[in-house]
Design a protein around this ligand. Structure first.
Ligand code: HXC
Length: 513
């Protein structure tokens, strides 16, 4: 009996060594933690329960039979984060470069299946050279098994991906199918085809970092949602993100204890500039509204003209979408529509109420936008809001012009409560543009055109550049002082706590992808 216990102990010790001390040292030299160190940081102390520690690959080609590492390059299991159950897999770069074999994939599938069946988030820590080259199609099959499960789990449980090393080829599609991607700066990259193939096919010379590093995906492609400065920061970001989310689509997000002493926010009365052509930072408005220090911005460096993120209002998680007047005057364009549309759908999947702050001059004109399908992309945001059944409250701070007024969670597309500040301007377009069109002849015929235009602008503004026409029609429920915004929102979301709304029976909708 003692022998048998010793055998188990020896096997455990072996498995814990991964690819061995040399490869672990190499990993550390690259400022990267090992798979096990990452899991230890992620989970509450002593909660990790491993599955598949002794799994071995089945490949016998290229001498692989003699090269076995217990666990086969991925550490899998479950544990808790802040006391809540999560499932986790962490690829171990010290074993065959974390490459994905058939058995490695089976281990990931096993925790994905458990996560889905038991209704808890799955967190993937990716660090892999891609398909295990020695295994050929078995490895490709393994990837597809994972993609299939990611898709089936989508909208049922939150799926978070951290990219903490290489992630290339078709391997990128598992993270892409998940809800959020956090990339570690300088030590991770994601691309479908690497720099060498790019050079051969397109003659472009580009480094891995330029092609698919964390900054590239945070600024240019929008593939990544958060950038971390190192592994420790990455794990901290994952934990923070999780704190806003429910365990699954049947639950509500956790609610923190709430101190109701600071509901009035007088600073909001002074945040807007005196002129409606001057910019301001919508993030300052967000920070004044939400519980102090609770705003977590998502995709902060991509499509800056729209701001998205999580926050808390009286301890309750909310998703926030706001036009950013400081960036392109807060106009809606292709990237902003895609960014916000996906975020709205995520919040709707997971019962996270939506707060929408509107200051939008319209859609961005131009051939670039039209040829990049602003029509279908703008429709994504429209679709996402129209389809969302979570509590939805809109606050128009300033401009709400044209089609963008409709799109930005207007009453007409199902918002529950629509507020406007006295500074709101709800119209087909700005006073100048409108006057140039509808009073063109009169202006052309006048002796002093500039003066005539100004006069007409004033007439148009007096008629439409305010919230009272819209509130007279009931499109706005109340015009409120900015300082009242927080208390109105707390009361509004409280009132909507039990909201039940069902979509018409269907297999699924057909969002304009
Ligand atoms: C098997 C691999 C491997 C792989 C790395 N290794 N990638 N083994 N299959 N895909 C092994 C190496 O042989 C080495 O073993 C160890 O992992 C560490 O690799 P190094 O090259 O020493 O590390 P580094 O210099 O940091 O370079 C990392 C790397 C490079 C950039 C990831 O290893 C690399 O280019 N690998 C191949 C990437 C690739 O082409 N993958 C296939 C992509 S196609 P030893 O024993 O020396 O420690 C794909 C299709 C998926 O993934 C499709 C899904 C639908």
């Amino acid at each position: 009996m003692k022998d048998k216990y010793q055998q188990l102990q020896a096997m455990r010790v072996k498995a814990l060594q991964g690819g061995g001390p040399e490869r672990i040292e190499k990993q550390h030299e690259k400022q990267k933690l090992t798979a096990r160190e990452r899991i230890k940081l992620l989970l509450d102390q002593n909660t990790f329960q491993e599955t598949g520690m002794f799994v071995e690959h089945r490949c016998r080609d290229f001498g692989m039979g003699e090269s076995q590492f217990l666990g086969d390059g991925v550490v899998t299991g479950f544990g808790t984060v802040a006391g809540r159950l999560v499932y986790v897999f962490a690829q171990d770069f010290t074993v065959f470069g974390g490459s994905l074999s058939e058995t490695h994939a089976e281990k990931i599938c096993k925790v994905l299946d458990l996560a889905l069946q038991n209704g808890a988030p799955i967190i993937g820590l990716n660090d892999s050279g891609g398909a295990r080259i020695q295994e050929g199609v078995n490895s490709l099959g393994g990837y597809a098994d994972i993609f299939y499960r990611n898709t089936r789990a989508s909208g049922v449980i939150p799926q978070l991906s951290a990219i903490m090393g290489p992630c290339a080829g078709g391997a990128v599609y598992s993270p892409a199918l998940t809800d959020f991607i956090v990339m570690v700066d300088q030590s991770s990259y994601m691309f479908v085809t690497g720099p060498n193939v790019v050079k051969t096919v397109t003659k472009e010379e580009v480094t891995s970092e330029e092609l698919g590093g964390a900054e590239t995906h945070a600024r240019k492609s929008g593939v990544s949602h958060l950038v971390a400065s190192n592994d420790v920061h990455c794990i901290a970001q994952l934990k923070k993100l999780l704190s806003y989310l429910p365990q699954n689509c049947e639950e509500k997000p956790p609610q923190l204890i709430y101190d109701p002493t600071d509901e009035s926010r007088p600073n909001l009365d002074t945040l807007l500039p005196s002129s409606n052509v001057l910019a301001y930072d919508i993030k300052k408005v967000v920070e004044e509204i939400v519980d102090s220090g609770s705003f977590l911005e998502i995709q902060p460096t991509f499509a800056g003209n729209i701001v998205i993120g999580f926050g808390r209002l009286a301890g309750r998680s909310i998703g926030i979408v706001g036009n950013q007047p400081k960036d392109l005057a807060g106009v809606l364009d292709v990237d902003a529509s895609k960014k916000a549309g996906r975020f709205v759908r995520f919040c709707d999947c997971f019962n996270i109420p939506l707060l929408v702050l509107v200051d939008v001059p319209g859609f961005l004109p131009g051939t670039e936008q039209e040829w990049n399908a602003i029509i279908s992309n703008g429709a994504k945001l429209l679709y996402a809001f129209s389809e969302a059944t979570v509590p939805r409250i809109t606050v128009i701070t300033r401009k709400a012009y044209g089609g963008a007024y409709d799109v930005m969670n207007s009453k007409h597309i199902g918002a529950d409560l629509n507020y406007a500040w006295p500074t709101a301007e709800i119209a087909v377009m700005g006073a100048k543009g409108a006057s140039e069109i509808i009073f063109r002849k009169e202006i052309e015929q006048s002796e002093d055109r500039e003066k005539a235009l100004l006069e007409k602008e004033q007439i148009y503004a007096a008629k439409f550049a305010h919230p009272y026409k819209a509130s007279a029609r009931g499109f706005i429920d109340e015009v409120i002082f900015p300082r009242e915004t927080r208390s109105r929102l707390i009361a509004g979301f409280n009132m909507l706590e039990q909201k039940v709304q069902h979509l018409p029976k269907k297999k699924h909708g057909n969002i304009p992808l």
